[in-house]
Design a protein around this ligand. Structure first.
Ligand SMILES: [Zn+2]
Length: 89
């Protein structure tokens, strides 16, 4: 969250130099702060992702788990294992 605030404040400071109207600058600050927050979350929280993809031609079953929650990961592994075309080891 700290990184997001730094990015937001930094963008605001940069835009102030270009005389951007403050409501627009505020929106840009919020947007950049949210984007930075999302990037940090994806890097550190969701960085350990697993993808289960069905190998059967014509089947589009894909389960992508991006949480570190052990129970949630286990639940999705079971869903992938229960898939009817499952031939994974
Ligand atoms: Zn399938």
């Amino acid at each position: 969250m700290t990184v997001s605030l730094i990015v937001g404040v930094g963008v605001g400071g940069a835009l102030a130099g270009y005389h951007v109207p403050s409501p627009l600058a505020l929106l840009c600050q919020i947007g950049m702060a949210l984007a930075a927050h999302q990037a940090v979350e994806m890097t550190f929280d969701g960085g350990f992702s697993s993808t289960y993809r069905c190998q059967q031609p014509g089947c589009a079953f894909v389960a992508r788990v991006t949480t570190n929650n052990a129970g949630e990961r286990r639940r999705w592994q079971e869903i992938a294992t229960d898939h009817p075309h499952n031939d994974w080891p």
